[in-house]
Design a protein. Structure first.
Length: 285
């Protein structure tokens, strides 16, 4: 099965991927963003099923909107909850704390900010700017937010860009930039006392454009349920702006989209995500 998945990941970019339509139902009052899918509002939504080839799982995606906000409900299987990220782990051999191997569970929305359609893969031959909503089970979930970022892919290198090869072998550079403002988490140092495992990140109050996306996830009986909420119009230049007349192009991924090589022997595919098939958002008036 893993060989088949790897083959599909290689072949799909070269094939014309069918665009999936995602319909957003108008509601009077939005759901509470608490990671609970039992809110009656979600019964009015039109869910779609999206395949994540890296995770080898299906994602259930639903969406509704009000006069001012848009809401998303994401549900996908995950056998084990991973709520820690790079924790401090005490090493008796080193007599010091080291970075642990744990990597948090994630979910990513990636929105095209281009006027023309593009391939949103990090291995794309297209130049683009994309608004990225990055939910992190440890770093952002505890504060009740998704981290708000931007990805820029083009042929120009910057000090912090990552060099990649496109589908057609061209040199590309990926920049991952945080939106303006404070993050929804802060890093803390290792504790003075010796513990087998100690947390490295604590929740914090984000501000500015980085505080645009409320999000909360719960892991229950082998499933993640994550709800997202954002204003239709934020007024920030680093965000996509929603309107009834536009049908924005986007994609999703269970794992973060860093362009890391896919290692099927890894216990966690953190950073190895690949964008889903193209998704098109349609507002039902």
């Amino acid at each position: 099965m893993r060989v088949f998945i790897l083959l599909m990941l290689v072949l799909l970019p070269a094939l014309a991927q069918a665009e999936m339509q995602v319909y957003v139902q108008k509601v009077v009052t939005g759901p509470m963003v608490d990671g609970d899918n039992s809110d009656g509002v979600w019964k009015q939504a039109k869910p779609v099923l999206i395949d994540d080839l890296v995770a080898n799982e299906s994602i259930f995606l639903s969406a509704v909107y009000t006069d001012e906000r848009i809401y998303f409900l994401v549900q996908y299987p995950d056998k084990a909850e991973n709520p820690l990220h790079k924790p401090w782990m005490w090493s008796e051999d080193e007599r010091s704390y080291l970075e642990g191997p744990h990597r948090e569970d994630t979910f990513v929305f990636k929105w095209s900010m281009m006027t023309q359609d593009v391939n949103l893969s990090v291995f794309s031959d297209d130049d683009y700017r994309a608004d990225v909503w990055y939910w992190k089970a440890n770093r952002s979930n505890l504060a009740g937010y998704a981290d708000d970022k931007m990805q820029i892919l083009d042929s120009s290198a910057t000090e912090k860009s990552k060099k990649l090869r496109s589908f057609n072998g061209q040199v590309r550079y990926l920049d991952r930039i945080s939106d303006e403002g404070a993050a929804p988490y802060r890093e803390i140092g290792a504790p003075d006392e010796h513990k087998p495992v100690a947390i490295r990140y604590q929740p914090a109050q984000p501000d500015g454009s980085r505080a645009d996306i409320n999000a909360k996830g719960r892991w229950v009986s082998g499933f993640w349920v994550v709800e997202f909420c954002r204003k239709l119009q934020t007024g920030h230049a680093d965000d996509i702006q929603f309107s009834m007349e536009k049908k924005p192009l986007f994609g999703v991924s269970i794992f973060s989209l860093y362009g890391n090589n896919l290692d099927v022997t890894s216990p966690n595919f953190y950073g190895m995500g690949r964008i889903s098939e193209p998704l098109r958002l349609n507002f039902i008036k």
